[in-house]
Design a protein around this ligand. Sequence first.
Ligand code: SAH
Length: 303
Amino acid sequence: MGVAAQARALYICFILLVDDLTSPSLPDLLPELTSIWQETLNWQPTSEQETQFQRLYKLIIEGNRQLNLTRITDPKDFWEKHLWDSLRGIKLLLRREGGEGGDKGVREENISLSSPSSPSPPSSPSPPSPPSSPTSLTIIDIGTGAGFPGIPSAIALPNSTLYLLDSTRKKIVFVEQILAELNLLNVKTITGRAEEIGQQRSHRKRYDVALIRAVSNVTVCAEYALPLLKQGGLAVVYRGTWTDEENTALENAIQELGGKIESIDQFKTPLSHSDRTCLYLRKVAPTPPMYPRAIGIPTQKPL
Ligand code: SAH
């Protein structure tokens, strides 16, 4: 190696060292918080799932250096706002697949593909019944972004198939890298808009469950999700606080889409005690063919 090349190599080492010393160092381990999983979800990750969560965290933090994926990077925040939050919405499904402490094989009340025979009023504290009896469900995460709630759900529900949809190709490319690194074989990705795929035969009426978090206002979320569901399927809409205005808007729109509000679950997150709401919308009738409307219309003219 010539002197110039040696100098250049030394310089690169120096730059890498300085970069390493100056970049904010984050603790690279998530808290385990086993007792909180158990108390809040009546479920615990297996050690393999725990390892996958840790690796997911590391990959998201690394990806964040290039792509602006999430502002939630502190380990405890990540645990609460990405992992726990994702799985809280599908609490009723976790208990069916088992996991450590999950009661595999035990059927919860009202578990069936169809709606319960005596419909519970909205805001009822009783859990909505998840669709279909087999543990293998076909689930779509609409507007998955960096993979939430879809990737934690795929880790926690190994017998189900998760479809992760996002309109931004860059995000789907990133998510695909994560899936390969985690060797998650029960996940497929779709680049596209909910308005488009909701009109495609290969996606419309194909899913048992649709998850949708932080994508748009509630009636837009319902318009995206309900066409994709099989009759009897369930949409889980993740929200923060829940207002009377949102409730009225949803009540006015839901029937038009072939759905009904099965349950509104309001709770606090376990670490920061922030407000969260999960809406469970049941598809009880076919969604009229005009929904979802053309790209951009649902957000421009929400129902
Ligand atoms: N669900 C993730 C990401 C929320 S950001 C989370 O909770 O962290 C919203 C994401 O929805 C973005 O990645 C955006 O590209 C996607 N999105 C917005 N409108 C969409 C549409 N009509 N169809 C598909 N994806 C959409």
